[in-house]
Design a protein. Structure first.
Length: 332
């Protein structure tokens, strides 16, 4: 999905919302943020988990989660029995979606207007927190012209409106208004884990750490490395036969997030960059250690195309991870 497509859809939606200004995406994000701020103030919200609950109440939905096929079948039967026939489509909807929000057609006086069903079966469970916010995003920008059924599709199939909802979900799932005051101090996995447990235990580790590092008040980097080939070597491998000698995978960056402060200090790390053999991260991986901390020089990191990074002292915290190693980099 290209940004121009999202902008085109956002321009139409922003007009329905009474847009002011030249940037429709920013207008929609501001429109949603005003509601989020009002919810946080009204309910004295102090954690991201509480913000999720309070926002759902404010926009008129409650969450139903299903973790097995049996649970999905039971939920569908329960709602059909009370006359909510659109729920019959959920098994088909969930073939390529993560969450669906439906307006109740036989709503009881005490019930909220919508039900948001979240598919937590299998690997979809890791996205449950984000999926909930995606469904709330639809309701935060709901207009009279909007449809009353919403679908979260796979990324490769998502339409412009789904991409825009993802933007809203990404901003408020880890809203700076709550998260920012708790960030800072020593950058360690223990610190990050404690913040996550207190504020959004349901969120995935990867999505949380990306948000936290991006908002960290000082220069900070998160990396995850695993054995990989260079891209040129991968292309060559696809053309080789069983009798052709191929290259050996080396420890390279599979995931990296560098905040603006770290980038200004010269931390121009990028995916597939090779981890220095003298780094503690390499030692943790090769020696199968649980973790450790070391003071290193940023210039150890280099690539054939760009050369060595800036000479600068850094503190590297590493720990073993599935099929690789995770690391946090801060600056003295």
């Amino acid at each position: 999905m290209v940004r121009s497509d999202v902008t085109w859809y956002a321009r139409r939606l922003a007009a329905d919302l009474g847009a002011v200004g030249d940037d429709p995406i920013e207008f929609i994000l501001d429109h949603a943020e005003r509601q989020i701020r009002a919810v946080a103030k009204k309910h004295c919200v102090s954690t991201l988990a509480d913000l999720l609950t309070a926002t759902a109440q404010a926009v008129g939905t409650r969450f139903e989660t299903v973790s097995t096929d049996e649970e999905l079948d039971q939920l569908v039967a329960r709602y059909i029995d009370r006359g909510e026939t659109p729920f019959a489509q959920l098994p088909k909807d969930f073939r390529d979606s993560f969450g669906v929000t439906l307006r109740l057609i036989q709503r009881r006086p005490w019930e909220l207007e919508h039900v948001s069903v979240i598919d937590c079966r299998g690997s979809k469970a890791y996205r449950a927190f984000f999926t909930k916010w995606h469904e709330l995003a639809h309701l935060l920008v709901l207009t009279q012209q909007a449809q009353f059924k919403f679908r979260r599709t796979h990324a490769e199939k998502q339409a412009a409106d789904e991409a825009l909802m993802d933007m809203i979900a990404a901003r408020f799932g880890y809203w700076s208004g709550i998260l920012q005051p708790h960030l800072g101090g020593n950058l360690t996995f223990e610190t990050l884990s404690a913040i996550k447990s207190a504020h959004c235990p349901e969120g995935s580790w990867q999505s949380f750490v990306h948000a936290a590092i991006d908002r960290w008040p000082t220069a900070a980097v998160y990396i995850k490395a695993e054995p990989r080939l260079k891209r040129a070597e991968e292309r060559q491998l696809n053309q080789t036969t069983l009798w052709t000698r191929t290259s050996t995978a080396k420890l390279r960056l599979a995931d990296v997030i560098v905040n603006d402060a770290a980038r200004s200090r010269g931390a121009d790390l990028f995916p597939n960059m090779r981890v220095p053999q003298t780094s503690i991260l390499h030692r943790i991986h090769t020696s199968r250690e649980d973790g450790g901390t070391a003071t290193e020089c940023l210039s150890l990191w280099e690539s054939s195309a760009r050369g060595a990074l800036r000479q600068c002292e850094i503190v590297v915290v590493g720990r073993s991870a599935y099929e690789g190693v995770e690391g946090l980099i801060s600056f003295d």
